[in-house]
Ligand binder design. Structure first.
Ligand code: 2U9
Length: 363
């Protein structure tokens, strides 16, 4: 019988030596299967336990199980060592020197979304707006409650919002922000008015087709000051769109609408003209919806700790991806995020071509 204690000790030593000699993960796996696999030598030994008498099992069972544990431990230790060596080898050979000069001519290009964001920052900086950013992982107070979106509002429904399983320390549900509005909530809470700010950035909604991607980019603007009214809003949007599309004949039309965070609210259409069957912005041959906007709801101002009797404001929001499509002529939003090099080379911008108001914000 192989299973006397002496023989088992020898067997353990022998297997551990084989495991230690395995030169790579594949060789180690071969040894593991030979020892502990279905047809393995140690597995066969374990199977003999069932055929033993009670006394025999008492005498030898523990030693057989110890053998299995020792070999298993040796395999785990060897696996860890081989994986660490593998990583060291990769770290040593797969190095990328970030300080190397860019290739000549430069091969990368600036993504149209990044380009448009730079253009927007330039245009609004000229109007006295700062650029604010904030976390993409938010809590439901900053994303919904502070914006006068109550628990029962459809925007909170699971099919729109990506929720996390966990809450934050204050019991607030965590989510991927569905708009950049929480950035302005944080600005209003951390900064004294007057506030003139834009918040461009990534937003997330569980939605996907030719015109919707689960991640998209939004631009929102917020002004909080004394005596602000709808006229300021309309002038700001007109001035922004004329600069962005580089046309003086941009015409806006505001239609009454509803958003929980603005009152009154207005959807903003931009006039277009048909040129060879294509819609070109400018004039008023037809209208396309481009922005949402309104006067900031007094409850939102109060939620941020400001007195709505003293401070008023306007806000607006629009899709940056859509602005880019309209200005630069792409027709499928999904291609924006495919990472297709031909698309990027075609629609991308030179990193040296920085948008300026004097030199033109376009390409
Ligand atoms: C605060 C208060 C109010 C931002 C606004 C809209 C209207 C709007 C949509 C346009 C297209 C989002 O990308 S889209 O789907 N946005 O219609 N957004 S007013 O209002 C705010 C923001 C922050 C503190």
């Amino acid at each position: 019988m192989v299973s006397d204690t002496h023989a088992l000790d020898n067997m353990s030593r022998e297997w551990r030596a084989r495991v230690a000699a395995a030169e790579d993960l594949q060789a180690l796996e071969t040894e593991r299967v030979a020892a502990l696999g279905k047809q393995g030598a140690i597995t066969a030994l374990l199977k003999t336990l069932g055929t033993m008498s009670a006394e025999q099992r008492q005498a030898e069972g523990a030693a057989i199980h110890r053998l299995r544990e020792q070999v298993t431990e040796a395999i785990v230790a060897r696996k860890t060592a081989l994986e660490a060596a593998d990583l060291d080898r990769k770290l040593a050979t797969e190095m990328l020197d970030m300080t190397l000069p860019v290739s000549d001519p430069p091969q990368g290009s600036v993504h149209p979304v990044a380009q448009v964001m730079d253009e927007l920052a330039e245009i609004f900086a000229d109007l006295g707006f700062s650029v604010a950013t904030g976390p993409e992982i938010e809590d439901d107070w900053h994303n919904f409650t502070a914006l006068n979106i109550p628990e029962s509002h459809p925007a909170r429904a699971m099919h729109d919002t990506f929720y996390f399983d966990k809450c934050d320390g204050e019991g607030r549900r965590m989510l991927l922000r569905t708009h950049t509005s929480p950035v302005q909530i944080r600005t209003m809470m951390g900064q004294k008015p007057p506030i003139y700010t834009i918040a461009p950035g990534r937003t997330y909604r569980s939605d996907s087709d030719a015109t919707h991607t689960p991640m998209f980019h939004q631009l929102e603007g917020l002004v909080i000051d004394r005596g602000i009214h709808l006229g300021h809003l309309k002038w700001t949007l007109e001035t922004f769109l004329k600069a962005f599309f580089e046309r003086e004949d941009i015409v806006l039309r505001m239609r009454p609408s509803y958003f929980p965070f603005t009152e009154p609210s207005a959807e903003v259409d931009v006039g277009y003209t048909l040129v060879n069957g294509r819609r070109v912005l400018g004039g008023s041959g037809g209208w396309m919806e481009l922005l949402g906007s309104g006067m900031v709801h007094p409850r939102v101002i109060a939620a941020c700790g400001l007195d709505p009797k003293e401070w008023q404001g306007f806000a607006f929001g629009c899709g940056i991806d859509r602005l880019a499509m309209l200005k630069y002529g792409m027709d499928d939003l999904r291609a924006f995020f495919d990472g297709d090099l031909r698309w990027l080379r075609h629609y991308g911008f030179s990193s040296l071509d920085v948008p300026t108001l004097s030199g033109g914000v376009g390409a």
